[in-house]
Design a protein around this ligand. Structure first.
Ligand code: SAM
Length: 232
């Protein structure tokens, strides 16, 4: 029976593997192998960077969002090795620019290598330093089309407030890792990252600057989710 088949599947394959397999299957149709992205991942791990970049499918979704709105200026908070930056920058037209903020010197150096290798040197500017300091220096007239927030989760609200100031009306603000395998909604969980997401949700509840939703995701990175907000 189907149920027996399911039981044997469960017995032989941990649940996470099912989602790894599922992403691999879908990606085999929709996301061609890509030398620059593979180089970025390998070079990042070779330099000891944590393996916490977005998945290929999530990277492509960011790319598609940017394309959908014809983004010319994109802001990213949290560069790591530049994996999501490559996806985002590739969506930009000639003359488009991605500004990505990173606190860790080694991460920024590896990201620069990866972006250079991907031929994106002229489209991407990495700004080293605490993101909040950099954000506060960016003039309000900058008018970004899209902001992707993926750094220290405790500061989510501070970053979103700055993104609301900097993203044009009709632009998009995306915040990663807001479900955290259900921990955000688990009252017994008081991790800093969890508290950071809850604080952001509290703010968004009555925020007149954006309209937002949380989308749970499951894939090779396990069970998590992101907030998608449109600037009103
Ligand atoms: N967006 C990247 C990707 O998908 O390829 C992954 C970013 S990783 C989850 C988070 C990054 O934020 C790390 O590289 C970390 O050093 C950086 N970070 C943490 N705190 C920061 C801060 N206060 N300011 C700027 N960057 C910070």
């Amino acid at each position: 029976t189907i149920n027996q088949a399911f039981q044997s599947l469960k017995a032989t394959r941990p649940i996470d593997d099912v989602w790894v397999r599922s992403d691999e299957y879908h990606n085999s149709f929709l996301i061609p192998r890509d030398e620059a992205l593979e180089y970025a991942r390998k070079n990042s791990t070779d330099h000891g960077l944590p393996e916490i970049a977005v998945s290929a499918a999530q990277g492509k979704l960011l790319h598609l969002y940017a394309k959908t709105i014809g983004a010319k200026k994109v802001l990213e908070v949290g560069t790591l090795g530049g994996y999501s930056a490559i996806w985002l920058a590739r969506a930009l037209p000639e003359g488009g620019e991605l500004t990505t903020l990173e606190i860790d010197e080694k991460h920024a150096k590896v990201a620069q290598e990866n972006l250079d290798h991907a031929g994106l040197t002229s489209k991407v500017k990495i700004v080293l330093g605490p993101a909040i300091d950099t954000l506060k220096k960016i003039p309000t007239e900058s008018q970004y089309d899209l902001a992707f927030i993926d750094a220290d989760k405790e500061s989510n609200l501070d970053y979103v407030l700055e993104a609301e100031r900097l993203v044009r009306k009709g632009g998009i603000i995306i915040v990663d890792n807001v479900v955290r395998q259900g921990r955000v909604a688990d009252p017994s969980n008081t991790e800093d990252a969890t508290l950071g997401v809850r604080k952001l949700l509290e703010h968004l509840k009555n925020d007149k600057n954006v309209d937002a939703t949380s989308i749970g995701t499951v894939g090779e990175k396990g069970w998590d989710g992101f907030i998608y907000a449109v600037r009103l």
